[in-house]
Write a protein that binds this ligand. Structure first.
Ligand SMILES: C[S@@+](CC[C@H](N)C(=O)[O-])C[C@H]1O[C@@H](n2cnc3c(N)ncnc32)[C@H](O)[C@@H]1O
Length: 162
């Protein structure tokens, strides 16, 4: 194990390629998915502003209806290995939740791409707070769509984690 860890190295440094513009200013401004009104997130609009030096990387993105946005939960605070999800009574391993309090505070949201205006992407489905550093953007493709999935402890919950 020690050998393997040495081979892997100390970790990675990532730089932000842009920033999220959202109506939600604080993590507490967003309802937990389990308590959000129906279609709340579909109607939640915002923008991804890509920094000028990465603008060229947006070429051809407008052909996609949805994008995967990877971001830094920069306001997550302390990492946890287990946490009680909102509305639940028992803790779950953090890797089986979408909690921001992760060993590596990385978030992933699939957003609807409404419009591209230069290096600004207008998006819907935003569950991210304003000023969040964006680490990467990828197109959402048919390969990402899975059928016949198992949803573990979320099975049968009315509003599954996003
Ligand atoms: C349950 S997480 C899901 C986010 C993403 N869809 C995912 O699965 O990684 C959404 C919550 O993260 C919190 N949040 C959003 N942006 C954040 C940020 N930059 N730092 C810390 N918490 C954030 C908000 O409270 C929001 O309700």
């Amino acid at each position: 194990m020690a050998d393997l860890r040495r081979k892997i190295g100390p970790g990675v440094r990532l730089r932000a390629v842009g920033v999220v513009r959202s109506l939600f200013k604080e993590p507490s401004d967003l309802p937990p998915p389990a308590f959000a009104p129906p279609r709340f997130f579909e109607r939640s609009l915002g923008e991804i502003e890509v920094f000028p030096e990465f603008a060229e990387a947006l070429d051809d993105i407008e052909g996609f209806s949805h994008i995967i946005v990877l971001f830094h939960f920069h306001r997550a605070g302390e990492a946890k290995l287990r946490a009680v999800p909102p509305g639940e009574s028992r803790p779950r391993g953090i890797f089986s939740t979408r909690s921001p309090h992760r060993p590596n505070p990385l978030g992933l949201s699939v957003l609807k791409l409404l419009r591209r205006d230069g290096r600004r992407l207008e998006v819907a489905g935003v569950d991210i707070i304003d000023g969040t550093p964006v680490l990467d953007i990828k197109p959402y493709t048919t390969r990402d769509r899975k059928s016949r999935i198992r949803t573990g402890w979320l099975q049968g919950k009315p509003r599954p984690a996003r």
